[in-house]
Design a protein around this ligand. Structure first.
Ligand code: SF4
Length: 311
C-alpha cells in the first residue's frame, strides 16, 4: 500500500462547505474525519463554477423534445444547459490526471452519478439521470474510482470503493518496472479473483509477457483491465472461490476440525455480510501463524486491501 496521501476530487458541500442551493452543506463525517488521514482533497462545486451564487434557485434535469436532458430552474424560466456543459468541460479539462478517486454528492443535477431525477413534460420525475458534471468527469477519467458520498455510509459500498481506490493508487505508485508489475499482480491475484475471476488470467498474461520495449503499453493495458475488474462487485460466491484457492496453500497446516469449519464457512449461504464472513475465515486460519509460514498468502491484498481503520 502506498504511503503517499491519495488525491481525491470531492464535491465541496461534502466537505462541509455551505454552497448548496439552500445555503447548506452535505458534510460527510467519513470523508472529513476518517478518510482525511489518508487523502488530500480537491473540493469543487460545478454550480458555483457556473457563476451561480448561494443560495440560488434549485436546478433540475428535464427531458427535452429530443430526449435531451436539460438543466433548468424548477419554474423552467432559466435554461442553463449550455453553460453547464461548457463549465463541466472546462472543469474536467483542468482536473489533474493523477487524481486517485472522485467522491461526488448524489441526487444533484450537477454532481449525482446515477439515479438523478429527470422530469418529463408532466413535471413527473424518474430516477434515471446523471448530473452534468458527473457525466463529463466519468467520460474524462474512466479509470478513476468514483462514488457518491452517501453510498459510503453503506458498509459494502464503502468497502468496494475503498478497495478500488487504494489498490489502483498502489498500482500507480508501485508498478514501474516489469518485476514490480509482476509482484503487484502476485499480491493482488486473489483479490482480483474475488471481484472478477475472468480478469485474473488476462491480467496475469499481461504481467507475465510484459517486454521492456513495450512496457508502457503493457502498463496501460493492465491499468485498464484492473480498473474494469475491480469495478465489478465481489460476491460471497466469488470470495468463497478465491478463498478455496488460498486454502490449497495452507490446508496441510490445519487440524481436521479447522478444515471442516473452513469448508462450512466459505460454502454457507446464510445472509451474513461479506466482510464478516472474511473475518471469520481469517480467525479460523489463525492468521498470525499462517503469516509466519507463507509470505505469498499472507501478503495477499484480499485480506486487507486498504487500512483497516476505514472499516
Ligand atoms: S453542485 Fe455539487 S458540489 Fe455544488 S452544492 Fe451541488 S452537490 Fe454540492
Amino acid at each position: 500500500m502506498s504511503s503517499q496521501k491519495l488525491k481525491i476530487l470531492v464535491s465541496g458541500c461534502a466537505m462541509g462547505q455551505n454552497i448548496r442551493f439552500n445555503g447548506g452543506h452535505k458534510r460527510s463525517p467519513f470523508i472529513v474525519e476518517d478518510l482525511a488521514e489518508y487523502a488530500e482533497f480537491t473540493p469543487l462545486c460545478p454550480e458555483i463554477a457556473m457563476g451561480l451564487g448561494t443560495p440560488r434557485e434549485a436546478l433540475r434535469l428535464v427531458r427535452g423534445p429530443n430526449k435531451t436532458t436539460l438543466l433548468k430552474t424548477a419554474d423552467g424560466k432559466l435554461d442553463l444547459t449550455e453553460k453547464a456543459q461548457f463549465t463541466a468541460a472546462k472543469l474536467a479539462e483542468n482536473i489533474t490526471h493523477n487524481i486517485d478517486g472522485i467522491i461526488l454528492v448524489g441526487n444533484s443535477p450537477s454532481c449525482g452519478i446515477s439515479n438523478v431525477k429527470v422530469y418529463d413534460h408532466n413535471n413527473s420525475p424518474s430516477p434515471i439521470g446523471s448530473g452534468f458534471f458527473a457525466q463529463k468527469i466519468k467520460e474524462t477519467l474512466p479509470l478513476v474510482p468514483i462514488t457518491e458520498a452517501g453510498r459510503l455510509t453503506d458498509g459494502e459500498e464503502r468497502r468496494h470503493f475503498l478497495t478500488q481506490l487504494f489498490v489502483i493508487a498502489d498500482f500507480k505508485a508501485c508498478a514501474h518496472s516489469i518485476k514490480e508489475l509482476q509482484l503487484f499482480h502476485q499480491k493482488n491475484k486473489y483479490l482480483i479473483m474475488a471481484h472478477s475471476p475472468m480478469h485474473v488470467g488476462a491480467l496475469g498474461n499481461i504481467a507475465a509477457n510484459a517486454k521492456k520495449a513495450s512496457f508502457e503499453l503493457a502498463l496501460s493495458e493492465y491499468h485498464k483491465y484492473l480498473a474494469e475488474a475491480l469495478k465489478i462487485k465481489p460476491t460471497k460466491g466469488k470470495i468463497a472461490n478465491a478463498l478455496s484457492h488460498v486454502y490449497g496453500y495452507f490446508k496441510k497446516n490445519l487440524t481436521g476440525d479447522q478444515k471442516q469449519n473452513f469448508i462450512r464457512l466459505i460454502n454457507q449461504n446464510e445472509k451474513i455480510p461479506l466482510l464478516e464472513n472474511l473475518r471469520l475465515v481469517l480467525e479460523l486460519l489463525a492468521y498470525e501463524n499462517l503469516k509466519q509460514n507463507n509470505h505469498y498468502i499472507a501478503g495477499q491484498t484480499l485480506f486487507s486491501p486498504y487500512p483497516i481503520s476505514l472499516g
